[in-house]
Design a protein around this ligand. Structure first.
Ligand code: ADP
Length: 495
């Protein structure tokens, strides 16, 4: 059977109503209320999820706390925890296609990308952290002979992982992998519009042997469940990916409650800088187009600002427009689709409003700009290129989180650096040049967490991911992610 046939067999599979997962038990919200889950593919109703309340959230936090205190997980030998987490990854792999299709029906990402970025990268991430469990050592400090300074790494306690809708499994794994590997308990809060595959991933964790209470899932509104997590006196760490506005709320809630640590991965307005000396402009255009338009721009590191050297501006925009026009937008469950659906109606409306504002402020729509495929009942938008935007324009300053690219031009390297850094954000960036020295200079000068050179996108779990400035703090991925989920304890021993 071809992959497409297998996908088609799953595309209408019934999805049962999903409850909360607390203390190893699946059950309804205490209010009995549910939220309707709508598919962005065609606007159809997929199923319901439990509408968790503040009380449900408190139950989940209490369960996580009990599991932490009685050491049912962190007290297990590291090799045993490793084995369980590896089994979890195996269980996910065994139903990889079903997980991917369930996720796509829920959030609209094109299946080709979802297979790699969703279960694919989530499985790799869980394995990576599982393997590290019995390989991360404490430290002995370089003291004088009469003392021994030991540095222990200890699990912190209860972690609240608050996840967005664009890559629920991948981003979920970025938090769950290191938090659980280090022995913490977790309350997981999926997005309202992409919970289904993440709930399944959590069920598989318990099936693999992660003890009840160590991983709990509370679905529901950010303003209710997320708020209850952030204001709790018994949550030790918030691990969040989402909007800047919510990030700000989390910091306020932390300050007003128990000063819990807040690790925030927020938005970006990442500049992708193309110099005239780039080796292959056609390739740069094609990869840059993918760097903004894959997953319809619903990628936090998307290269949403393109800075092109004056001398090649027109030629490059022509190449880029060609690449954008050739992108196949449509049914996310078709393996040949290159950009799927916009996750929800509100997001689509916002994207279109940004295009209108860009035009009103003096920008030109060089490509796309419109909603398409309305007859499907789903939410689709053309890959859109805005030219002529200047630094003060909204489209240069604000994150759209949709398939909208703003193009500006620059005079020289210094001008490129100034323009690239003239934003409140600092998540990612890109540089295209054949000049090795210039590439390294640009990597140093761009104030972002990641800089791609002669490519855009693709860093795997081995490297850290996080922002500077208002793109957040702390890092997902790599062994550095452990730093968010452990406390260092010093033992100072007189010999
Ligand atoms: P996005 O625009 O990507 O949906 P949000 O920041 O609104 O970004 O959502 C990301 C996650 O944060 C979701 O799981 C959402 O439910 C949650 N969330 C939204 N509002 C709050 C809040 N006030 N407190 C905590 N979590 C929230």
């Amino acid at each position: 059977m071809s992959d497409q046939t297998k996908i088609d067999a799953l595309r209408h599979a019934p999805l049962s109503p999903r409850g909360l997962l607390i203390d190893g038990q699946t059950g309804p919200a205490e209010s009995g209320k549910t939220d309707t889950v709508i598919s962005p593919i065609d606007g159809s109703i997929l199923t319901t999820t439990a509408a968790g309340t503040a009380g449900d959230t408190e139950r989940a936090i209490a369960s996580a706390r009990r599991a932490f205190e009685d050491k049912r997980w962190r007290g297990m030998p590291p090799a045993a925890r490793k084995k369980i987490m590896l089994r979890w990854a195996d269980l996910m792999e065994a139903e990889m296609l079903a997980l991917a299709v369930m996720g796509v029906r829920n959030n609209g990402t094109e299946i080709g990308m979802a297979l790699k970025a969703e279960p694919g990268s989530a499985i790799a991430t869980i394995r990576y952290y599982a393997e590290a469990i019995d390989k991360v050592y404490g430290e002995i400090a370089p003291t004088s002979d009469d003392v021994l300074g030991l540095i222990h790494r200890e699990a912190i306690g209860v972690v609240a992982a608050i996840i967005p809708w664009n890559f629920p499994l991948m981003i979920g794994a970025w938090k769950l992998g290191p938090a659980l590997a280090m022995g913490n308990s977790v309350v997981l809060k999926p997005s309202e519009t992409a919970a289904l595959s993440l709930i399944r991933m959590a069920e598989l964790a318990l099936e693999a042997g992660i003890p009840p209470g160590v991983l709990n899932v509370v679905t529901g509104a950010g303003k209710i469940v997320g708020e209850a997590l952030s204001t709790s006196m018994d949550v030790d760490v918030i691990a969040f990916t989402g909007s800047g506005a919510t990030g700000r709320r989390l910091l306020q809630a932390s300050a007003a409650s128990n000063m819990k640590r807040c690790y925030l991965e927020l938005g970006g307005k990442s500049a992708n800088v193309v110099f005239a000396d780039a080796k292959n402009l056609a390739e740069a255009a094609a990869v840059s187009a993918a760097g903004i338009f894959r997953n319809s721009g619903q990628v936090c590191v998307a290269g949403s600002r393109l800075l092109v050297e004056h001398s090649i501006h027109d030629e490059f925009v022509a190449e880029l427009s060609k690449a954008a026009a050739a992108i196949k937008v449509g049914d996310p469950l078709d393996l040949t689709t290159q950009a799927g659906a916009i996750n929800n109606q509100t997001q689509l409306d916002q994207n279109l409003a940004y295009v209108e504002t860009a035009q009103a402020e003096g920008g030109t729509v060089a490509q796309g700009g419109k909603r398409i495929l309305q007859e499907t009942g789903g939410y689709y938008m053309e890959p859109t290129i805005i030219t002529g935007a200047t630094p003060e324009h909204t489209i240069i300053q604000k994150e759209v989180f949709g398939p909208v690219l703003a193009v500006s031009s620059f005079a020289d390297e210094a001008d490129a650096i100034t323009q690239a850094n003239a934003t409140d954000y600092g998540l990612a960036g890109g540089v295209w040049t054949a000049d090795l020295s210039r590439a390294h200079r640009m990597v140093r000068e761009l104030r972002t967490g990641v800089v791609h050179v002669n490519t855009y996108g693709g860093p795997d779990v081995t490297v850290p991911m996080g922002g500077v400035k208002q793109s957040g703090n702390g890092h997902d991925k790599s062994l550095h992610a452990f730093e968010k989920y452990v406390d260092l304890k010093t033992a100072w021993i007189k010999l």
